[in-house]
Write a protein that binds this ligand. Sequence first.
Ligand SMILES: Cc1cc2nc3c(=O)[nH]c(=O)nc-3n(C[C@H](O)[C@H](O)[C@H](O)COP(=O)(O)OP(=O)(O)OC[C@H]3O[C@@H](n4cnc5c(N)ncnc54)[C@H](O)[C@@H]3O)c2cc1C
Ligand code: FES
Length: 246
Amino acid sequence: MKQKYTVEKVFENVEIAEGVYKLSIKGKFNVKPGQFYLLRAWDLEPLLSRPISIHDVDEEKITFLYQVVGQGTEILAKLKNGDEIKLTGPLGNGFDVDKIKGRVAVVTGGIGIAPMLYVVKQLKNCNVDFYAGFKNECYSVDNVDENVNNFQLSTENGSRGHKGYVTDLLNTAEYDMVLCCGPEIMMHKVIKMCEKTNTTVYVSMENRMACGVGACLVCTCKTKDGRKRTCKEGPVFLGEELVLND
Ligand SMILES: Cc1cc2nc3c(=O)[nH]c(=O)nc-3n(C[C@H](O)[C@H](O)[C@H](O)COP(=O)(O)OP(=O)(O)OC[C@H]3O[C@@H](n4cnc5c(N)ncnc54)[C@H](O)[C@@H]3O)c2cc1C
Ligand code: FES
């Protein structure tokens, strides 16, 4: 899939939970699940465009789900229908859905749910259970794809689902594969759980980026095969490939 730089118009940008927005842009987008775009809706400041995963794509639009955490996402949150937005992408390797087979657990933490619903939509011949964990408010959990057999929720404050961490609910021994996206600490925990049960795990890393296209090496992570760029060789890595610091 060739990456492109295009200037588009916002179709919709709505707050779906506190500080979490869904942004849609009309057009035809040829993407792989797990890839991302660099988004930019400003001229000079901040200097860098911001990487955001593909949350959904259909015949007529692409959708992003993002959490407001700083200057870039604050600007995105103010966008109104018809405003200009610049997109570079699709970027990164994405998930190779043809290699994902058997009993699969998809595990997400917070905004890590953003890329994974579209990944699930694209899975074929799998038996999928979805585990989504949040701090307190849940989002994007009410229209989970029909591909999912069993959907389990957790919140740290117990407002919905299991009270505690999503990893409390997971028994990796029950699965052939685990796909995970969330805070780094959670992904490391899931990798270690999978190591113990000999379960294949793919994680989607969200390292801080600068260029986003493989040139600056800001986003590298340590692997058994040397340092690899999250924006180019990733963001999806085989868990056993990564060298964890903790
Ligand atoms: C491949 C990839 C896909 C991503 N997909 C999504 C997505 O779908 N939805 C979404 O909401 N976010 C996603 N992110 C994270 C998102 O890019 C950052 O939250 C965003 O760039 C922050 O920009 P800002 O200007 O608002 O905040 P900044 O002012 O740049 O940072 C504000 C705070 O957020 C922290 N922060 C910034 N970037 C990251 C990061 N990558 N990981 C952890 N903390 C960070 C900073 O340390 C700081 O504390 C993704 C990141 C990557 C690398
Ligand atoms: S962000 Fe520059 S190499 Fe990945």
